[in-house]
Design a binder for this molecule. Sequence first.
Ligand code: CTP
Length: 404
Amino acid sequence: MMSILRGKNILLGITAGIAAYKTASLVRLFVKAGANVKVIMTPASKDFITPLTLSTLSKNPVISSFINEDDENAVWNNHVELGLWADLFLIAPATANTMSKMATGTSDNMLLATYLSAKCPVYFAPAMDLDMYKHKTTNNSIKKLESFGNILIPATSGELASGLVGEGRMAEPEDIISFIENDIVKSLPLHGKSVLITAGPTYEAIDPVRFIGNHSSGKMGFELAKSAASLGAKVTLVSGPTHQKADSTLITIIPVVSAGKMYDEVHKYFKNTDIAILSAAVADYKPKITATQKIKKKDSTLTLELEKTKDILASLGQIKKNQILVGFALETNNELENAIGKLKKKNLDLIVLNSLNDDGAGFGVATNKVTIIDKNENSINYGLKSKAEVAQDIMQEILKQLHA
Ligand code: CTP
C-alpha cells in the first residue's frame, strides 16, 4: 500500500542514546515507504551505531560534522541547504542533552545547527532512563520544544537499558512511522472529506459475448483518485472495465461494467460524499434489448435498437445539497459555449473541458490539455500536461471551491 511518506525528503537526526541502535530499522522502514532519507548524527551517537550501517541503509552519506572529512578540499556541510531539503526532520532518539540544547538555541554540532535552519515540521522522539525523563528540566525542555511547534513522539513504558522499568523507552520504529504518517494525513487539506469519482468506459451488452464500449483507458479518473488521496481524502472510485491500478489504503475501487450499474453504485455513495468528480466515459446509449443467446449471423444487415442511458452526472446535479459536483465535457466545436451549457444544465460547480481539437488531449494518451470553468463562467486554460498533473490542477480548483 502506498505510504504518504513516498517521495518525501526525511532528515533523521540521531543523538547519543542506546535507542540509537533502533534507527537502523527506522531508516529501513522510511526507505521501504518510498522516502528519501539523509542521516545526521551527533559525534557521540557514533558510539552506539556506525555511520556505515546508516549510510548503507539510507543510500546517502551520513553527516556528522561541519566539514566533510572525506573530501581533501574540506567542503563545508551546508546545514542551511539540508534544512531546506527536508520535508520533515525527525530527531530520534532525542536525548535530554540534545533536547535541552534545542530548547535554548545552542548549536555546537551539525545536528543542532540544522535544527535551527530547518523550516519543515520537526518531530522528536525522546529516549532516556526513567528518572531523567521524569526530571523537571527534561519536562521543561519538552514543553518548550512543543511550544516552538515541534512535535513530540512520546516515549513509552517498559524495560530500560539500565535494567529499571518505567517511562523513557523510545517509541518503536513502526510506531514512529505510523505516528508521523497519521500526523501528516491529519494536516492534509482533504482530511475527513469523502470524494466520489467515476472512471473508465462502460460496456453495454448486446448479447452474452458482445458489447458497445469506447476507448476510455480510465487513466484520468485513476489519477484524480490518487491525487485526492494524496491530499488526505477518502476516495470511492466507481470504475468501468480498465487495467488501471490504485494502490492506496484511502482508495476503494468499486468495479462496474454497465452505465446502469455505475448509476446505482454512484447513487449509493453520493449522500455521504463531499466532492463528486464524474470523469467516466459513460455510454450515452445501450441496446434496448440484450439478447440472452448469442446473436447468429443471418441477414446481410443487422439493426440494433438503442435507448438512452440515464445521465449520472445530471441526476446528481438534481439532488445535490452541499456537495461539490464536477463534470467533464469532450467537445469538438463551440467548446466553451457547449461546456458552459452543460455546466448550467447539469447544475455543476466545475466542468473540465477537453477539446478534441488539441493534439495530445483525450482518450488513450498519457497527456491531456484542459480548460476548467466554474459556475461564474471564469475559465482557466492549462497547457499540455501529464494526466497526473492535470489531476492535480483539477484538485487545486476543487480546493478553491471548498474554501470559497
Ligand atoms: N455522464 C454521466 N452519465 C452519462 C453520460 C455522461 O455521468 N450517462 C457524465 C460524464 O462522466 C462526464 C459528462 O457527463 O462528466 C460528459 O458529458 P458528455 O457525454 O460530454 O455530454 P452529454 O451531456 O452526454 O452530451 P453530448 O454527448 O451530447 O455532448
